[in-house]
Design a protein around this ligand. Structure first.
Ligand SMILES: Cc1cc2nc3c(=O)[nH]c(=O)nc-3n(C[C@H](O)[C@H](O)[C@H](O)COP(=O)(O)OP(=O)(O)OC[C@H]3O[C@@H](n4cnc5c(N)ncnc54)[C@H](O)[C@@H]3O)c2cc1C
Length: 420
């Protein structure tokens, strides 16, 4: 019996069946489901959080820098409405060394959007992206979001995947994709090992209001504990990703408003005038992991389930969206050729396409973090010399901007802004 026949046959046995079962309806899983659903595939998404709880401001205070290739993908999926998303273009990025209370040294790296003729990226609150995704998911007739729902058991057979939800419902599909985040219970269950390590750092995230306009400039200040990113938002507001030594983080998180503001001000340059935090604080333990493989029998990993990286360059979600672009293209091409979506050679194409990019980005961000998160004079001199060189050589600078923008290697259709 072909996989297709088996799959269709199972429609009677299972309460719900689809071509693809996506476990995890976060930013990556939801985008993947939308891409596949728009191309006509039947998609089941199992997410253990109820949608309304993931869009309240207290759930996730992060603002994501969205590279320009990722913007093209979101446009192609009709998820990009700059006004609704309150997207803030990033025109320039300025990188400097600095010390706490000592302010920033003169910048050693300046990326100017004028050199590539397009904003270097956009900043969007994760919550706004989630709202856009929920709206799109609800409008797609072939996508079923099962949330809140938990997976109790999954069985991978030669022709299909059968799963049982905690509430007893049976679901089946031809292929199962784990987009269940960096701790991915499903990746562990399938037995895919990953390599990686924890950073002795946390990322503290909060939003500040400031006196002077930011002029759409993102600032990256390298302090001894790690990068301190000041990311422009609409209005006189910026989102901070403040990398701090992990052992200091609980103390900083517990400070009262006045002392927290003083600690913030000690790390800021004065280019924005007076600053004051608005809204809650979050802290995220930082970790790197890379799954040893992206695929197994009738199974694939996407997003943080496959790779989680240091947020130093704001690239984790962009990597996940590149997974979405490649995986959806591979699956839609297979569907059009009448192939089994879970066939090893179909999944191998995805693995080949994505393996290098994620590993390269993980290692590059790890090296930059190691080089910058310290105050050793020889390392300070080496990085100033290295990045000063990038700043002086225009083609090198444009190469860096292209890489950060997401135009790398063989670019999938969605990342070019084309339909699948
Ligand atoms: C401080 C910080 C700043 C960052 N800034 C940027 C940035 O500027 N730009 C950028 O590109 N990236 C950034 N990132 C990285 C980015 O946030 C992540 O890469 C991205 O959120 C990963 O999305 P995901 O959908 O793969 O995983 P997640 O967001 O972790 O989603 C996983 C989903 O799976 C669900 N789930 C988990 N287990 C189960 C289960 N058993 N059953 C059902 N559902 C389950 C969860 O509820 C969740 O909804 C940053 C990260 C940090 C920590």
């Amino acid at each position: 019996m072909s996989a297709e026949a088996h799959h269709r046959g199972m429609k009677h046995a299972a309460d719900l069946s689809g071509d693809v079962l996506v476990v995890g309806g976060g930013l990556v899983g939801a985008t993947l489901a939308i891409a596949l659903g728009r191309a006509g595939l039947d998609v089941l998404v199992v997410e253990h959080l109820a949608p309304p709880s993931t869009v309240v401001p207290a759930f996730d205070g992060r603002v994501s820098s969205i590279a320009y290739a990722s913007v093209r993908l979101l446009e192609a999926l009709e998820l990009w409405d700059a006004e609704r998303l309150e997207a803030q273009p990033i025109l320039d990025i300025i990188v400097s060394d600095g010390t706490v209370r000592g302010g920033a040294a003169s910048p050693f790296l300046h990326f100017d959007h004028g050199e590539i003729g397009t904003p270097l990226g956009h900043l969007v609150e994760n919550r706004h992206l989630r709202i856009a995704q929920h709206r799109a998911l609800a409008a797609l007739p072939t996508v079923h979001l099962l949330a809140p729902a938990a997976l109790a058991e999954v069985r991978f057979g030669p022709h299909g995947v059968d799963a049982q939800l905690a509430d007893g419902r049976q679901v089946s599909a031809t292929l199962c994709i784990a987009a269940d985040g960096r701790d991915s219970p499903l990746r562990r269950q399938v037995g895919i090992k990953s390599l990686g390590w924890s950073y002795p750092q946390s990322g503290i995230v909060t939003t500040v209001a400031h006196e002077k306009p930011h002029q759409a400039i993102a600032q990256q200040l390298f302090l001894p504990a790690g990068p301190f990113a000041i990311l422009p938002m609409q209005g006189n507001r910026c989102s901070l990703v403040w990398t701090e030594r992990a052992e200091l983080t609980p103390t900083l998180m517990a400070l009262d408003e006045e002392r927290f503001t003083a600690e913030l001000a000690a790390r800021f340059t004065d280019f924005l005038g007076d600053v004051r935090p608005i809204g809650p604080r979050w802290s995220y333990p930082l970790r790197l992991h890379l799954a040893r493989t992206l695929v197994a029998s009738r199974f694939a990993l996407a997003g943080d389930a496959a790779h989680a990286i240091h947020p130093i360059a704001g690239q984790g979600l962009n990597l996940g969206l590149r997974d979405v672009a490649a995986l959806s293209e591979v699956l839609v091409d297979a569907m059009r050729l009448g192939l089994d979506l879970g066939a090893p050679d179909v999944l191998a194409r995805y693995e080949r396409w994505r393996r290098f990019d994620a590993a390269a980005m993980a290692l590059a961000t790890d090296a930059i973090n190691a080089l910058f998160s310290n105050d050793l004079p020889p390392l300070r001199a080496a990085r100033d010399a290295g990045l000063g060189l990038v700043d002086r050589v225009a083609p090198l600078r444009r190469l860096f901007m292209g890489l950060a923008g997401g135009d790398v290697g063989e670019v999938p259709r969605l990342l070019k802004g084309a339909a699948l």
